[in-house]
Design a protein around this ligand. Structure first.
Ligand SMILES: [Zn+2]
Length: 395
C-alpha cells in the first residue's frame, strides 16, 4: 500500500538511517524494495498481514509503531531492531539477572572436551543442511517455515533416540515453544545433575527470510549453518553420554526478524525466574571470505564482557583457528534478547563482521554458491558449542 509509506513513516526511516553504521552494510542493505504490499498480500502460503501495526524499538530511540511492510523496508535499509509488540516489558526492569556469583572459568574439563570434539563430523551438518535449505523459505509466517520446523523437531528427536543412552534419554525433553505465528521455537533440555535450576543455553535461529519475505530464502548460512552447528554439538555430546551438573539447553528460535522468537522465550524465562547463567548464540558459521584469514568472529558490542572473555579462552584452548574481535551493532541477533532481559549472553560469528557472507537474505544464500562456504569452518563452531556446554554445564 503506497499510503502506508507516506508522510511520517518515510521521514522517520530517513531520520533513522544516520544511526546505522556502515559496518552493518552486510546484508544487501540500501536495497530499495521493488515490491508493493498488493503483490503478495493474498499469498495462501503466508500468514502475514503487511498492514498490521507493530511496535518497534531502534537503538537510542523511543519505540515507534510501524506496519509490517515498513518493518521489511527498514530491514532492507540495513536497520536492526526489536519488534517489542508482544514483549514490551522485557527490558523494563534494571534488575540484574546476570547472577554475578557465577564464575566463568578457569577451564577444567580439557580431556572430556577434547574427547567429545574428536567425534564431531561434517557428515551430519552436510546432510542436515542440504535438507534444511530445500524448503523454499523458512520464513516464520510461511507454510514451508512450519514444515521446516517440524522437520527440525523430528531430526532432533531422531538424534536423541539414536545417540543417547537409556539413562541419558530420561533426562532429555524436547518441546515446542509456541508463538502467535505458525512456526514454533524448539527447546531441547538436558536436565542437570547437581544444579538443575541453573541453565546454560546454546542457540541458533531456525528461520530464514529473503529481503522481501515472499521470495525464496534457502538460508544456508543465515542461519541454517548455526542450526546444524549446534545440532552436531548436541549429537556428539549425547554419543559421549554427557550428563551435565547444570541443565544444558539447545534453543532453535523462530522469527529472527525483530528478534520475536528469542524475545518471547527470554521473556518467559525471566517471568518464571529461571536462572540462565550463560547464553551463547551461533548465527552464521560457515563462510570464509576468499583471501581472508580463517578466524572466529567474537562480537564485543551488546554482549556480556566476562562471558566473552571466557569464550575467547575456549577458542584458544579448543579450536584450530584464532579469533578476531568484531562488532555487529544493536539487536543484530538473538543474544540481544537475553541481554535485554538481563542475562549474560554472547554471540560468535563466522568471521569479522565485514568479511561475513554478503548473500544472506537473498536466494543466493546457498551451500553451493561458492567454495567460500566451508563445512570444516562450521565444525570449528560445533567444537565451541561442545566446549561451552561442558565447561559451563559441568560433567
Ligand atoms: Zn541470522
Amino acid at each position: 500500500m503506497k499510503r502506508i509509506l507516506a508522510g511520517l513513516s518515510l521521514a522517520y526511516l530517513a531520520l533513522a538511517i544516520p544511526f546505522y553504521s556502515s559496518e552493518n552494510a552486510n546484508d544487501g542493505s540500501q536495497v530499495q524494495l521493488q515490491f508493493s504490499a498488493e503483490d503478495y498480500a493474498n499469498d495462501p502460503g503466508y500468514d502475514l498481514d503487511l498492514n498490521e501495526l507493530r511496535l518497534v524499538q531502534l537503538e537510542g530511540r523511543e519505540p515507534v509503531w510501524m506496519t509490517e511492510y515498513e518493518k521489511i523496508q527498514a530491514k532492507a535499509q540495513g536497520l536492526n531492531f526489536f519488534d517489542i509488540t508482544d514483549a514490551q516489558e522485557l527490558g523494563d526492569s534494571n534488575e540484574n539477572l546476570t547472577t554475578q556469583d557465577v564464575v566463568f572459568g578457569p577451564l577444567t574439563h580439557q580431556s572430556r572436551v577434547k574427547s567429545v570434539i574428536s567425534t564431531l563430523s561434517v557428515d551430519g551438518p552436510k546432510a542436515n543442511l542440504e535438507k534444511f535449505t530445500s524448503f523454499r523459505t523458512r520464513y516464520y509466517r510461511s507454510d514451508t517455515g512450519k514444515e521446516s520446523q517440524l522437520w527440525l523437531r523430528s531430526k532432533i528427536e531422531e538424534i536423541t533416540s539414536k545417540s543417547a543412552s537409556e539413562s541419558l534419554r530420561k533426562r532429555i525433553i524436547t518441546r515446542e515453544f509456541t508463538h502467535s505465528w505458525p512456526q514454533s521455537s524448539i527447546i531441547t533440555s538436558i536436565n542437570g545433575n547437581a544444579s538443575p535450576d541453573e541453565v546454560v543455553v546454546i542457540s541458533a535461529h531456525q528461520d530464514s527470510t529473503n529481503m522481501w519475505p515472499f521470495l525464496p530464502a534457502p538460508g544456508a548460512d543465515d542461519d541454517g549453518s548455526g542450526t546444524v552447528t549446534i545440532l552436531e554439538a548436541y549429537r556428539a555430546l549425547l554419543e559421549s553420554d554427557f550428563k551435565p551438573n547444570r541443565t544444558v539447553e539447545f534453543h532453535w528460535y523462530s522469527a529472527e526478524a525483530g528478534l520475536l522468537g528469542s524475545q518471547a522465550v527470554a521473556n518467559d524465562y525471566k517471568a518464571r525466574g529461571i536462572k540462565v547463567v550463560a547464553m551463547s548464540q551461533f548465527d552464521m558459521t560457515a563462510w570464509v571470505k576468499r583471501g581472508s584469514r580463517e578466524e572466529v568472529g567474537v562480537i564485543t558490542d551488546f554482549t556480556n564482557n566476562k562471558l566473552t572473555q571466557f569464550n575467547k579462552g575456549l577458542i584458544e584452548e579448543y579450536l584450530s583457528i584464532p579469533y578476531v574481535e568484531t562488532r555487529c551493532g544493536y539487536a543484530c541477533s538473538d543474544h540481544a534478547s537475553w541481554g535485554k532481559a538481563g542475562y549474560p549472553s554472547i554471540f560468535t560469528i563466522e568471521s569479522s563482521f565485514p568479511n561475513s557472507n554478503h548473500y544472506i537474505h537473498s536466494d543466493k544464500d546457498r551451500i553451493d554458491i561458492s567454495d567460500e562456504f566451508s563445512f570444516s569452518h562450521l565444525l570449528e563452531f560445533s567444537k565451541l558449542a561442545v566446549a561451552f556446554a561442558i565447561e559451563l554445564g559441568g560433567w
